[in-house]
Design a protein around this ligand. Structure first.
Ligand code: SF4
Length: 187
């Protein structure tokens, strides 16, 4: 039998329809329909916990995170996530409801933490830095060499900091004369 291209398309469409129809009728008879559109959104993202930079896919429903998993198409991790990455969804406030949302302060010698405002926390930190720098800033070392350094405060950066934040932090720390500037990766 000789088939034209049009005949072939008609024939294959009819065959496909007859294959799908029984299943469709069975579902219709039970009053069910296929869930054609799931209301789940998927957004690719990067794990912020360390400099490996694994890719992840965040699933969200009605604006809330409902799942997070490794991105199988990402060239670095190819779908895998380490234990920290698997807990990545917890940095979302809806999921990670154990996260601290306000600064806590424990006075010297006290056993209890108290909640304070961000303004109090920032002012307190700034005051301590100023007092410590005023007291310990070294202009010259024991041999009379100019050093202009502050060894009484150290800075420990976090892996969740991005390049721009790291750049600003290092500039601020160097401006204070600090020399002990480190990073916490994989501690
Ligand atoms: S913390 Fe784990 S999942 Fe996240 S980027 Fe680093 S290795 Fe990848």
């Amino acid at each position: 039998m000789k088939l034209s291209r049009r005949d072939f398309l008609k024939l294959s469409g009819a065959t496909t329809g007859s294959l799908l129809l029984p299943g469709g009728l069975a579902l219709a008879a039970k009053g069910k329909t296929f869930p054609l559109h799931k209301p789940i959104g998927e957004t690719p993202t990067i794990c912020c916990f360390c400099a490996v930079g694994c890719g992840a896919i965040v699933a969200s429903q009605n604006g809330k995170v409902v799942n997070l998993e490794g991105d199988p198409d990402h060239p670095i991790n190819q779908g895998t996530l380490c234990s920290k990455g698997q807990a990545l969804a917890q940095i979302n406030l809806d999921v990670g409801n154990k996260r601290l949302r306000k600064p806590l302060y424990r006075a010297a010698g006290a056993s209890e933490w108290e909640e304070i405002s961000w303004e109090e926390a920032i002012e307190g930190i700034a005051r301590k830095i100023k007092e410590t720098r005023d007291k310990y800033f070294t202009v010259q070392d024991d041999e009379g060499r100019t050093v202009n350094r502050l060894e009484a405060i150290a800075s420990l950066g976090g892996a969740a900091l991005d390049n721009e934040e790291c750049s600003l932090i290092v500039k601020a720390m160097r401006a204070l004369g600090m020399v002990y500037i480190e990073h916490q990766a994989r501690i």
